[in-house]
Ligand binder design. Structure first.
Ligand SMILES: [Zn+2]
Length: 180
């Protein structure tokens, strides 16, 4: 690793780290002033940056095991959440939750001829088994479908929560890394 030297800025108290290979270059200090790097011989007269190789090593340092695990779990959670979102959305969109249209009766009871009126009465009596009570009917199918639809909506919302937690884990892994 080449040695770095401290080149002071001409207008502020910052120093720029330069190597001898940068001789003659123009650099910009963070204060906005442009600084000319002197000749190789003059650079060598500048104070040397100590521990340059150590600080360089630290920036490329690998993630800790905890960070890696957090990142991996976050990715897995986010990926499964996206997969579940797609699967649930597809299943949900295939469920028809429209209320079926009922055919309106286009006749008045007064207009029924006596034969059909008698037949209708017989049908009603048969459906009550002579007890006078209507047999319990299953809830209409579209209501069952609506329940399934609502349940899939809940599952999908849950998958978003899982995805958000995964994303937070990934973000935390990156944030902790920058802090070091
Ligand atoms: Zn400066």
């Amino acid at each position: 690793m080449a040695s770095l030297y401290q080149l002071p800025c001409s207008s502020c108290d910052r120093t720029l780290q330069v190597s001898i290979t940068q001789a003659g270059e123009e650099l910009n200090c963070s204060c906005g002033v442009q600084i000319s790097v002197p000749t190789m011989r003059e650079i060598k007269l500048l104070p040397e940056v100590k521990n340059a190789s150590i600080s360089a090593k630290r920036t490329t340092r690998a993630w800790s095991a905890a960070q890696g695990a957090l990142f991996a779990i976050g990715v897995i959670m986010l990926a499964s959440a996206i997969y579940m979102h797609v699967r649930l959305s597809n299943a949900r969109s295939q469920i028809d939750i429209r209320r079926p249209q009922f055919v309106e009766l286009d006749f008045d009871i007064q207009d029924l001829n006596p034969y059909y009126a008698w037949k209708t009465w017989e049908t009603v009596v048969a459906s009550t088994n002579g007890t006078g009570l209507m047999r319990p009917r299953r809830p209409p199918e579209f209501l069952e479908r609506r329940k399934t639809h609502a349940r899939l909506t809940q599952y999908r919302t849950a998958s978003w929560v899982v995805g958000a937690i995964g994303l937070a884990g990934i973000g935390t892994a990156f944030f902790v890394r920058q802090k070091r």
